[in-house]
Design a binder for this molecule. Structure first.
Ligand SMILES: C[S@@+](CC[C@H](N)C(=O)[O-])C[C@H]1O[C@@H](n2cnc3c(N)ncnc32)[C@H](O)[C@@H]1O
Length: 297
């Protein structure tokens, strides 16, 4: 969501004032927390991220009424059920997203679907979907195509490691200011006011019917969905992983992409240095080759 930096700053001020006596994070604690998020989600936190991590973990200290990061480290070390590991992961991930983020990709997707009609259902995967804006934007785009092409049908799988964000996806309610990112026509067709809350809008139920939200950890490489997707969106998450992890993640996803299918990464990301068997077809859009066909077919 747009206001993430601002709200982090405000909440940081609130968290730190609530926890006035807590000590700052030591190097040893930072090493422990950064190793833990790396082992659990593949996310690499460099040393300069220490104050960001402190800011995010103050929330857990507050919730558990702890007064130091050392105490929180011990809670995690004794967390046999894994419940606190989930809360820790939810707190540490970066979830910035928005509706129709990097618009170019939505136009490209639309043109590709229209120009390559397929008789069977179209399957799209929004991997690392955060709070759902990407998946709902894809669903709006697909609903519009369905209106023009009666035979077109689609399903979207939307996954993330962060369970708190997945709860937001299921709710489908967002602050009014985020509505401005949605094209005007789609605002009218696919969004409505939330009863009794003037500050929020919600997405139409018919969008939710074609989307399945599920928790999925990208570094659990062997986990498969038993579907060959036609389009995979893995945008704005690769830069949190070291290159070798990113390459394994992409390979695992490409194995679930139909030959001829498209793979989207963020506009500032690239797969050019990775050996993942994809060919570039547009800015940060790649295609899985079909055996025996050339790149421009
Ligand atoms: C910056 S958001 C990107 C959201 C959306 N794809 C976009 O481009 O707007 C990155 C997301 O990746 C998720 N993420 C980070 N590590 C992950 C992992 N190991 N498995 C699945 N999701 C992960 C985070 O929880 C976060 O929601």
């Amino acid at each position: 969501m747009h206001s993430e930096n601002y709200s982090h700053n405000v909440s940081y001020a609130i968290e730190t004032s609530c926890i006035g006596n807590s000590e700052s994070m030591t190097q040893q604690e930072f090493t422990y927390f950064s190793n833990l998020i790396f082992q659990h989600a593949g996310i690499k936190l460099e040393n300069e991220k220490r104050s960001m991590l402190e800011m995010r973990l103050y929330k857990r200290l507050n919730a558990l009424k702890l007064s130091s990061f050392g105490e929180y480290m011990r809670v995690l070390q004794q967390d046999a059920s894994g419940v606190e590991l989930i809360a820790f992961t939810n707190q540490v991930t970066t979830n910035k997203t928005s509706f129709f983020r990097e618009k170019r990709h939505f136009h490209f997707l639309r043109d590709n679907i229209i120009n390559h009609p397929r008789p069977e259902k179209t399957f799209i995967w929004s991997a690392a979907c955060s709070s759902g804006e990407e998946a709902f934007s894809l669903a709006m785009q697909c609903e519009a195509i369905k209106h023009e092409q009666a035979n077109f049908d689609y399903r979207i799988l939307a996954t993330d490691v962060d369970t708190q964000r997945l709860d937001m996806c299921a709710l489908g309610e967002y602050p009014n200011e985020d509505r401005e990112d949605i094209p005007k026509l789609f605002q009218h067709q696919f969004t409505q006011r939330v009863p009794h809350d003037d500050s929020m809008f919600m997405v139409a139920d018919r969008l939710k019917r074609n989307i399945k939200f599920r928790q999925h950890n990208l570094i659990h490489y062997p986990e498969k969905f038993g579907i060959q997707f036609h389009y995979i969106f893995l945008r704005n998450v690769l830069f949190y992983f070291p290159r070798s992890t990113g390459e394994k993640v992409v390979r695992a996803l490409v194995s679930q992409l139909e030959p001829g299918g498209l793979f989207f990464v963020g506009l500032t990301e690239s797969l050019q240095h990775m050996d993942v068997g994809l060919e570039l077809v547009d800015v940060s859009v790649y295609r899985k080759p079909v055996l025996g066909r050339t790149a421009d077919e």
